[in-house]
Write a protein that binds this ligand. Structure first.
Ligand code: IFM
Length: 467
């Protein structure tokens, strides 16, 4: 196969955000509270004491933000819908004004030839449902599908791409294993049921989508990372395999292979519940694409003190790390895309998130100088090209994130944006990574080849070396 030096026609060039992370005004115009609204106001829950009350004020500034997207040359924008804006109690009564916000956003995007890529659940669960047990409650799946159906009816004629769930693994792991996200519990016995109900909700929503004629496509978004053993000892090799089963196979195996990974019982101490064949058939409802969120790899060692996979990550001395402490490892993107393709068969993939938080300097002269983020994007986009060369059916790339935003339990202290946000004045400033990405998009990737980039300043070749 000849080596592609640019991305195919029709490739989605996007950036991504999520509702609670950027919108602000969480209770405006009849919206109900979400579990994240409640959680972020708990004393001590968020590292820097911030919350989603205002953040980027996107709810009121979305028209200007769409203008900025156009300036970058994006042809797609991935965002999520706040379930409790549309259904304040999570079910039953629809809040027309909440729905209108998304209708107007989508209309503005379409006027600018930017395709909406809509995620239905990016972690903010209506508080009314959370109080009844959230995803640990079997009925939550049905309520999610009902909400999805409202969205398909209202917007199905103008949304080409839908994702049901974003990173369900984080909902399980951070919500029920580490307790750093709502409901903030350490309840590992609930974790398999939460995972299963998320999958049932996903599948019921896909069925609802298929039940009416929609021209669009629907998929699931998962976060994946290669798990590399810290040593060649059998303990570490097995630990890496368990960690991969827990993170990478937990959701994709049942959706794409019709059964849970055979390694899961080892992970939950032989306690993986017996789920019915009927549920498993439902969960395997075919999807149109898989969304992959990629940030880093994990070098893994055996660690009996770290359930459920009894594995922990080892920081790589000498490697570059982002402000999140995540190793910069571009080759891992190629590796994980090839892994999906070989384990589950060649199928359309969107990179639905990829990006990095760094400690950026303040804006100066109308720009923010973020050379490390420029290099991060440069190297990961090249890794995406490598995946195409290896035969992966890659259809799109979404930078995380369009704007600096509320990074969950870290609050606004971690900045992932292509666009800097001054939270006090709400002023937006394009970072140099945004100009770089604009050049890549304009050249369909050709600007990635060779050492330099057109437009902005060149990236020194030393920065672009392996890994
Ligand atoms: O900010 C998050 C996003 O909400 C989900 N994926 C990972 C991002 C960075 O942590």
């Amino acid at each position: 196969m000849s080596r592609p030096t640019c991305f195919p026609d029709g490739f989605l060039w996007g950036a991504a955000t999520s509702a609670y992370q950027i919108e602000g005004s969480p209770l405006a115009d009849g919206a109900g509270p979400s579990d994240w609204h409640e959680f972020s106001h708990r004393p001590g829950a968020i590292a820097d004491g911030t919350n989603g009350d205002l953040v980027c004020d996107h709810y009121r500034r979305f028209e200007d933000d769409v203008g900025l997207m156009k300036e970058l040359g994006l042809n797609a924008y991935r965002f999520s819908v706040s379930w409790s804006r549309v259904l304040p109690e999570g079910r039953g009564r629809v809040n027309g004004r909440g729905l209108e916000f998304y209708q107007r956003l989508i209309d503005r995007l379409r006027e600018r030839d930017i395709q909406p890529h809509v995620t239905l659940f990016h972690w903010d669960l209506p508080l009314a449902l959370a109080r009844r047990g959230g995803w640990a409650w079997r009925d939550c799946a049905g309520w999610f599908a009902d909400y999805a159906q409202h969205m398909f009816r209202a917007l199905g004629d103008r949304v080409p791409f839908w994702a049901t769930l974003n990173e369900p693994w984080v909902v399980v792991d951070a919500g029920y294993v580490s307790g750093s996200h709502p409901p903030g519990r350490i309840a590992p016995r609930d974790a398999p049921h939460v995972a299963h109900n998320l999958l049932r909700g996903h599948a019921l929503a896909v069925q609802a989508f298929r039940a009416a004629p929609h021209a669009g496509q629907i998929g699931l978004v998962v976060n994946l990372e290669p798990k590399h053993p810290a040593s060649s000892s059998p303990e570490d090799v097995h630990a890496a395999a368990r960690a991969s089963a827990y993170m990478n196979e937990l959701f994709l195996d049942p959706v794409l292979r019709g059964r849970y990974s055979e390694r899961l019982p080892q992970i939950v101490g032989g306690d993986w519940p017996e789920f019915s064949e009927e549920d498993l058939r439902l969960i395997a409802e075919p999807v149109d694409f898989i969304g992959v969120n990629y940030y880093s790899r994990s070098v893994t060692r055996h660690d009996p003190g770290r359930p459920p996979a009894c594995a922990s990550a080892v920081r790589q001395a000498g490697a570059e790390h982002t402000a999140m402490g995540w190793e910069v490892f571009p080759r891992g993107l190629t590796e994980i895309l090839c892994w999906v393709t070989s384990r589950y068969g060649r199928r359309p993939i969107h990179i639905t998130e990829n990006g990095a938080a760094f400690e950026d300097p303040p804006p100066e002269g109308g720009s923010v100088d973020d050379p490390r983020r420029v290099a991060y994007y440069h190297r990961h986009l090249r890794a995406a090209l490598e995946a195409l060369a290896a035969g992966v059916d890659l259809r799109g790339y979404f930078a995380w994130s369009f704007l600096d935003n509320f990074e969950w339990s870290h609050g606004t202290s971690k900045r992932f944006g292509l666009v800097h946000v001054d939270y006090a004045t709400q002023r937006r400033t394009l970072k140099r990574s945004a100009s770089f990405y604009r050049d890549v998009i304009a050249s369909r990737g050709a600007a990635l080849c060779g050492d330099g980039i057109r437009g902005g300043r060149a990236v020194p070749s030393s920065v672009l070396q392996a890994p």
